[in-house]
Design a protein around this ligand. Structure first.
Ligand code: NAD
Length: 474
């Protein structure tokens, strides 16, 4: 059985023991990862701490060159990484609307190169006869990165590359549910970067907790559930560790009456159901004007009901299984609650009768704000469709949520939709799109969806501290 090691100080580490990684398409263990103990966490942080001064002092152009080399290495290993991602997450190689393992690995390559090219130039505040005042961006030290299972390679890259670009060193702790592609990424990086610059430890929440609590960690970047994010923030308070938290979302989309139903439906299906809804910025609640409600629901159900659900490695699969048993149980629970409260299931609403964690894509009409599938983050292939009459009311209902990651407005009138979208309480407001992120535009959540942003110059700045340098002249 394939085993992927942890990397500490440039060397492969087998760990105290191993833990199994399940292929969600079969429910069976297919590979193993090294399990870190407390001593491994200490050694990884110590290696990162020791490597920090050298990496921070490495000329900027050299750091950039090494990160581009890492992007090239990811690209050279695309088929292997895609297969790992598909096997550990269930996500199809191609996927619905092209959103699958290929996009995940291709995105990791693209983000690595784009982030390597970012700069945070020195800002000149004053330069006159009395003084020269500059503002510099300095790296923070050791960054602890803790990642979830839904986009395990891409999110690791989103954390690691800007941290390294800014001159920090990193210890990554991938999700115990899908650690393999991220561990392999660190293994590939270890052939390129100086020892200790990027380390990985594997295991469950207890390993993440030991890592984020470590006294020599200066900053924590975490993507995952809001509940874990809160716990991490409490731990960070003890030493005022810097934080970037990318947490859960419950994104609303508002569909105005002027849309072309046939044209917009496939886009809504992709935005809600890609990766089986297991994306932080999936569209999770759909508010549809009453005048087009029945027509759009029927079209969504026709499209969702016709999706090819199967093993992610099989060509043609648009959706695979859910990633884990726990998530499948949550989806079943939320569907039951909606059913009991009188929702109409237009398609799906059940597990598929086969091994693995498969659940049929499901469109839920007559959904209400009180149903758990609307009020909570479903993180599954359930699309609740809610009816509205007055757009101000739809915006108020969209904003009722504690979450504030993304939101969207769909309309033939882009100017009107843009004005409405800006009233949504969220970190990214899309018009006639949802969930599309890019390496040069900041992405993050407001309210309970997080603190700080990733991507672009704004995201890079989060891995730095400002230092003002004032040189008196007279
Ligand atoms: P999770 O919070 O259960 O786990 C995430 C990571 O935290 C795992 O590596 C886990 O081992 C680790 N962990 C658990 N307890 C810890 C602790 N006490 N201290 C430190 N680390 C700990 O989340 P999940 O179930 O893996 O991911 C799903 C959630 O992630 C969803 O809510 C989803 O919306 C969110 N998510 C958000 C974004 C975003 O960018 N906002 C992206 C992807 C996923």
């Amino acid at each position: 059985m394939q085993t992927i090691p942890m990397m500490i100080d440039g060397a492969a580490v087998a760990g105290e023991s191993r833990f199994g990684v399940i292929d969600p398409a079969s429910g069976e263990v297919f590979a193993e990862a090294a399990q870190a103990g407390p001593a491994d966490v200490d050694r990884a942080v110590a290696a990162a701490r020791a490597a920090f001064p050298g990496w921070a002092a490495t000329p900027d152009g050299e750091r950039r060159r090494l990160l581009h080399a890492l992007g090239d290495a990811l690209e050279a290993h695309m088929p292997e990484l895609m297969e790992l991602v598909t096997r550990e997450t269930g996500k199809p190689l191609a996927g619905l609307a092209g959103i699958g393992a290929g996009m995940e690995v291709g995105g990791a390559v693209a983000w690595t190169h784009a982030t390597a090219d970012l700069d945070l130039p020195v800002e000149l505040i004053q330069d006159d006869a009395t003084a020269r005042v500059e503002v510099h961006r300095k790296p923070l030290g050791v960054v602890a990165s803790v990642t979830p299972w839904n986009w395990p390679l891409l999110i690791a890259v989103w954390h690691v590359i800007p941290a390294l670009r800014a001159g920090n060193t990193v210890v990554l702790k991938p999700s115990e549910y899908a650690p393999l592609a991220a561990l392999r990424f660190v293994e590939l990086a270890s052939a390129i970067l100086p020892p200790g610059v990027l380390n990985a430890v594997a295991g469950g929440g207890e390993v993440g907790a030991a890592l984020v609590a470590h006294a020599d960690v200066a900053k924590i970047v975490f993507t995952g559930s809001t509940a874990t994010g809160r716990r991490i923030m409490q731990v960070a308070a003890g030493r005022l560790k810097r934080l970037t938290l990318e947490l859960g979302g419950n994104d609303a989309g508002i569909v105005l009456p002027d849309v072309d139903v046939a044209a917009v439906a496939p886009q809504l299906v992709a935005a809600t159901l890609h990766n089986n809804g297991q994306t932080c910025a999936c569209l999770k609640r759909l508010y549809v004007h009453e005048s087009i409600y029945d027509a759009l629901c029927a079209e969504l159900a026709r499209l969702a009901g016709g999706l090819a659900v199967g093993d992610g490695l099989a060509p043609g699969s648009e959706l695979g299984p859910l990633q884990n048993h726990r998530q499948l149980a949550i989806v079943e629970e939320l569907a039951d609650d909606a059913r009991q409260q009188g929702a109409r299931f237009l398609c799906g609403g059940r597990r598929l009768d086969r091994p693995g964690y498969f659940y049929a894509p499901t469109v839920i009409a007559d959904a209400t704000d009180a149903m758990r599938v609307v009020a909570e983050e479903q993180f599954g292939p359930l699309v609740p469709v809610l009816r509205y009459r007055d757009v101000d009311d739809a915006i108020a209902r969209a904003n009722m949520s504690d979450s504030g990651l993304g939101g969207s407005v769909w309309s033939a009138d882009a100017a009107r939709a843009t004005a409405l979208a800006q009233r949504l309480e969220c970190g990214t407001a899309w018009v006639n799109a949802h969930g599309a992120v890019q390496p040069d535009a900041p992405f993050g959540g407001v309210k309970q969806s997080g603190i700080g942003v990733e991507f672009g110059r704004h995201g890079l700045a989060e891995y730095t501290a400002l230092q003002t340098v004032k040189v008196a002249k007279a």
